[in-house]
Structure formats: C-alpha cells, structure tokens
Design a protein around this ligand. Structure first.
Ligand code: SF4
Ligand code: FES
Length: 244
C-alpha cells in the first residue's frame, strides 16, 4: 500500500497577481499542481512557473531557509515558502505578498525602505578603543547573549506582520527586524557604539514604537525571541536615563 507521504496529491493555490505597470487593480489566480506531501510550497510555485505560467513572479534563492528572500503571506500568516510543507497546508492555499511593503509584481515586494531602516541601525561593529594585538575576543557567555539575534536572515516576515508597521499612520516605525539587528550590536560585548545608535533608537518611531503585540515573535522562521530582545533594548535605554 502506498503510504500517505509517498502519494502524490493535487494542491490548489490561490495566488495574488498584480503588475502595476499593466493592471488597474490586483486579482487572484487559481492554479492546481501535482505535489508530494513532503514538497514545499516553493516547489509548487516553481512548478507553476516552469510548467504553467512563466509570468508568475516571486523571489527565492537558497531554498533552505538561509537567504530570506521568499517571505510571503501564506494562508494569512507570513513565512518562508521554502519552509512550508505541502502536507501541513490545508485546503486551498492563499498566497499573497508580504503586507506593509509596496508590490513590485505579484509576490515580489519593494524591500528598499526595509533595508533603509535596517541600515539606520548601523549594523556593524563600532569600536573606539585601539585594537588589541590580536583579535577582539569574546567569551562563550557573552556570545550566548547575542546568539539568537545572529540567526536573523532579514526575511522581513516580522516587520510585515507587526500591527504597528501595518498602521499607515506609523509607517516611520523602524520595525522589529531593524531592532533585532540593533540588539545584536548593543549586546555584543565588543561593540562600543551604543551612543551612536541612540539617536535612531531612543525615539517614538525607534524602539519606543514597539507596542508589544508579539506578532514578530510568532512568525519569525528562525525562532528568534524578537519581542524579548526589543524589551531588552528598552530596558537598556531606560537604565541609561535612570542611572546615567
Ligand atoms: Fe525574519 Fe526573524 Fe529576522 Fe524578522 S527577526 S527578519 S522574522 S529572521
Ligand atoms: Fe532562501 Fe527560502 S529561498 S530562505
């Protein structure tokens, strides 16, 4: 008898389509593809593009949860198409671009503003003291503190899911992904750039823009405790004011 995991199955996908250079408004198009239960949603999208409709646009690169380029909204929840197995998707699968960002075409969004906010956090090691003779060393305990945040692949799923970012009136909020990167350096025992990052962090559209909705933590495909790390940045700023 063929086991369920070997059996091929028909998957129905309802996919957001929009080409702003030609279409007046977005629409949804339904496709059906043969898939194995252990195939990923990314495999289904590729099959559609290769065998049925080469006009369907979406991004992907590594296919293994590393590059962060195939973030999209799948049945209402942001995630990576390469990490969603067909066997875990129920009924007709609704596939949309990441919300918050402007659509370039179909499932491809403009991440320019996302990376601008990311760069505003000065995402690199800042040092003031003269370099030691050999490398700047870090002990295992200090490394442990930043280990989760280092896993961030900048997929944008957290920022796209954040209710504050989704609110048009607060679009200047830097968003959780940029704050995770700020955390990664603020809590790095070798970094000396705290004061330099203050001007973008200590603002109502900086770390104080976070309203602790926890959506970022729920969707992060790398299981980073995003909300907790944002809370630790808030605490660090608060302590600096309280005990200058
Ligand atoms: Fe993606 Fe998680 Fe990084 Fe946000 S924190 S950009 S969800 S990997
Ligand atoms: Fe690279 Fe999914 S394709 S993370």
């Amino acid at each position: 008898m063929t086991s369920l995991l070997q059996a091929g199955m028909e998957v129905k996908l309802r996919i957001f389509r929009f080409d702003p250079t030609r279409d007046e408004r977005p629409r949804f198009q339904t496709y059906e593809v043969e898939a194995d239960p252990m195939d990923r949603l990314l495999d289904c999208l590729n099959r559609i593009r290769w065998e049925q409709d080469p006009t369907l646009s979406f991004r992907w690169s590594c296919g293994h949860g590393i590059c962060g380029s195939d973030g999209m909204r799948i049945n209402g929840v942001c995630g990576l198409a390469c990490q969603k197995l067909v066997k875990d998707l129920e009924g007709e699968v609704l596939v949309e671009p990441l919300p918050v960002f402007k659509v370039v075409k179909d499932l491809v969004v403009d991440l320019g503003p996302f990376f601008e906010k990311y760069h505003s956090m000065k995402p690199y090691l800042i040092t003031k003291t003269p370099p030691p003779e050999r490398e700047r060393r870090q002990g295992p305990e200090d490394q442990q503190l930043i280990e989760d945040s280092i896993r961030c692949i900048l997929c944008g799923c957290c920022t796209a899911s954040c209710p504050v970012n989704q609110n048009q009136e607060t679009e200047s909020y830097v968003g959780p992904a940029a704050l995770v990167r700020a955390f990664r350096y603020l809590y790095d025992s070798r970094d000396e750039g705290f004061e330099e990052r203050l001007s973008v962090l200590d603002r109502k559209d900086g770390v104080w823009g976070c309203q602790t909705h926890w959506k970022c933590t729920e969707v992060c495909p790398k299981e980073i405790p995003v909300t907790k790390e944002i809370g630790l940045i808030k605490r660090r700023l608060y302590e600096r004011k309280r005990f200058p």
